[in-house]
Design a protein around this ligand. Structure first.
Ligand SMILES: [Zn+2]
Length: 342
């Protein structure tokens, strides 16, 4: 087989240079994971099933030996991996976890998180390096793999996980966490999109992620979650009865981050607590991370747009969205580093 021979593979890649549509993407990302190819990866995101994302993640340790390792938080109900990468330039740094695509149809979350991974690995910008090298990252582009795959194969607008709850399927993965579960903005109706599940952590995906996060211990300082759409940067809590202990600090960081975001393309994001900026909704991951694990710096982005295209964001907005989000994440990481280093 031609593609099993690395030299022939490379030759074939060179021959097909300039004809990206004919690339074997699985091979390309393994052999040549450059920034240009990552741009191509995102430009062709319309062809990116879960398998392609995982193939790309699995290619990174060979490209960045000693820096990247793959991490599996666990398995989904359908026994797909909840796959991520650990990126570390040394031991004992504060940990930042990035959670993508807990809601299946929110594909720009997957794209922006893979962009973030590629940027922190490949950027030579001193101002970027001085921030990202201070943290250990654990990054999971797709935390609801069953739903994500289903949104590609069967129903583009699928949101939930895929475990059957007769007569319907799936649970809202961002209403199933064990913090004020089913109190507000969640449903006990199995067929609703915001169905919270039969009990907290009933779903394989949320249970696996919660165990993984708990295992990180007190080094876990930052938790960032990516959704779309609405153009919001929000922080705990989703409960209308609870205020984060450091709400003022989170608010200030969010304010600065949305300014950084806006400075690139003029995209405006509102910000505030979940309950204030959107609506009360409990059982979400960021509330559990904040309330149960006492992680100080916890944020959630609702990415582009404001409803014109909604979940069907056009491909030409993928990279601009990813770029401006990267700016805002850097702003937050800088603020966190300034807050915790002394
Ligand atoms: Zn969402």
């Amino acid at each position: 087989m031609l593609w099993r021979d690395p030299l022939l593979t490379l030759a074939a890649l060179l021959l097909t240079a300039g004809k990206p549509r004919h690339f074997d993407s699985h091979t390309v990302y393994r052999v040549l994971p450059t920034k240009e190819l990552h741009v191509q990866f995102l430009n062709e995101f319309a062809d990116k099933h879960l398998h392609d994302v995982h193939t790309w993640l699995n290619s990174l340790p060979a490209s960045y030996p000693g820096i990247v390792t793959t991490v599996r938080a666990g398995f989904s109900f359908e026994r797909l991996e909840i796959l991520g990468v650990k990126i570390s330039y040394g031991t004992g740094r504060p940990i930042a976890v990035i959670e993508g695509t807990i809601h299946a149809r929110e594909w720009i979350s997957t794209a922006s998180v893979t962009w973030f991974i590629n940027e922190i690995l490949s950027s030579t910008d001193a101002s970027v390096r001085s921030i990202v090298d201070q943290f250990d990252f654990y990054i999971f582009p797709v935390t609801n793999p069953d739903g994500y795959e289903y949104s590609w194969t069967d129903d583009r607008m699928w949101r939930k996980t895929r475990r059957p709850h007769v007569p319907c399927f799936g649970t809202d993965g961002n209403r199933n966490w064990d913090h004020r579960w089913l109190e507000e903005g969640a449903s006990s109706d199995r067929c609703r999109e915001d169905y919270a599940g039969p009990m907290a952590f009933s779903e394989c995906e949320t249970k696996a992620m919660s165990h993984f996060l708990t295992s990180l211990g007190s080094h876990l300082q930052v938790y960032l979650s990516f959704h779309n759409y609405r153009q919001l940067l929000i922080y705990p809590y989703g409960s209308s009865h609870e205020v984060a202990d450091n709400a003022a600090e989170l608010h200030k960081m969010a304010e600065k981050a949305v300014k950084a975001l806006e400075s690139r393309y003029g995209t405006h994001y509102a910000f505030g607590s979940v309950a204030d900026a959107i609506y009360p909704a409990t059982g979400g991951s960021i509330d559990w991370v904040k309330g149960k694990l006492a992680v100080p710096y916890v944020f959630l982005w609702e990415l582009r747009d404001k409803g014109q295209y909604g979940f069907l964001l056009p491909p030409d907005q993928i990279i601009p969205t990813s770029e401006e989000i990267f700016d805002s994440v850097l702003s937050i990481l800088q603020d966190v580093w300034d807050a915790i280093r002394c």
